[in-house]
Design a binder for this molecule. Structure first.
Ligand code: PEP
Ligand code: MG
Length: 325
């Protein structure tokens, strides 16, 4: 099998009947760029910038961040590089921010909530992203958005950052695209409204599953209930993709589910534009896409959406009970 996977490294992730999906890597640092290139990733679909901020006593400077973002952009010339703004949470401490202990960190002071509260940190990051955007096709991704108000507030800070750079005569991509994670059920429910306000969606299944099913993604005791193929999750994914298509914006998936070959019929049938995953998952997902067809996937997924019970979904998608193979 390894041989077969190596052979398709530089081939597109296209179905037998010619539907193509962009395959991208999730990265957390520039050290992972070589691995991404090595497996044939076409771009970066999610750069988690948290690690730039962790284990240090002061926030990273604009120049330090700019250097990192520019390196990522220049590694994939002409390809979209999606960089997510800081998504630190109450469970991941930051030395230079005194975050209070919380009973429910995943429901607490996290991601965009912190950035909209500490706008100096946020604006520094946005300035760094804008400056780097002069050297590649950077797209900005906002995490944990749950309301239009939050999106507008974030866009206001972005506008301020642009104005500042303009005044300072520093170059940036004036047409830089801005997108949001769909990872809170509220955002999925409002996807039709959000689709009018952003350039792309990235569905974050890790959190979307956790918040939809009220199952803590870190709690081993209920790990068996953490189910990306739960019919409720599948419906939210479908309605989000349909809203994006209706408004003509790009939609990708960047949670762990994107790297699960068993979910491929779903992505093919829904015609998502991009899947972003751990680099190591790319070869197997590409293989699964290249063996599939839109027609078969569409038919199968139509039936999946008629299932009332989880066992029927599993049967259709070939999901065995117990740990993933
Ligand atoms: C997600 O929630 O699916 C996601 C990709 O973001 P993270 O895992 O960083 O929360
Ligand atoms: Mg998330």
């Amino acid at each position: 099998e390894a041989d077969e996977l190596a052979k398709i490294k530089d081939l597109p992730a296209a179905t037998l009947d010619g539907h193509t999906i962009q395959l991208a890597s999730n990265i957390s640092s520039t050290r992972e760029l070589d691995i991404a290139l090595g497996v044939g990733a076409e771009s970066v679909g999610l750069f988690r910038t948290e690690f730039l901020y962790m284990d240090r006593s002061y926030a990273p400077s604009e120049i330090e961040q700019y250097t990192v973002y520019r390196e990522v952009a220049e590694t994939f010339p002409g390809q979209s590089v999606i960089i997510r703004t800081l998504d630190i949470g109450g469970d991941k401490p930051l030395d230079f921010l005194q975050l209070a202990d919380e009973d429910n960190p995943f429901l607490g002071y996290r991601g965009i909530r912190i950035c909209l509260d500490q706008t100096d940190i946020f604006k520094t990051q946005l300035r760094a992203l804008l400056r780097a955007s002069a050297y590649g096709k950077i797209k900005i991704l906002l995490p944990m958005i749950s309301s239009l108000e939050e999106l507008y507030a974030a866009k206001d800070v972005l506008e301020q950052a642009k104005q500042e750079l303009k005044q300072e005569e520093i170059a940036y991509d004036e047409d830089i695209l801005i997108g949001m994670m769909i990872e809170i059920p509220a955002a999925a429910a409002l996807a039709d409204l959000f689709a009018e306000e952003v350039d792309f969606f990235s569905i974050g299944t890790n959190d979307l599953v956790q918040y939809t099913l009220a199952v803590d993604r870190m709690n081993e005791q209920i790990a068996h209930m953490y189910d990306p193929f739960h019919p409720a999750v599948l419906r939210l994914i479908r309605s989000t993709v349909l809203a994006a298509k209706k408004h003509g914006i790009m939609v990708g998936v960047c949670g762990e589910m994107a790297g699960d070959p068993r979910a491929v019929p779903l992505w093919v049938a829904l015609q998502v534009d991009e899947l972003s995953m751990s680099s190591r998952s790319i070869p197997r997902v590409k293989h699964a896409i290249r063996k599939s067809s839109f027609e078969d996937s569409h038919e199968k997924v139509e039936r999946v959406f008629q299932c009332r019970r989880k066992a029927e979904v599993d049967e259709l998608l070939g999901i065995e009970h117990g740990p993933e193979a």
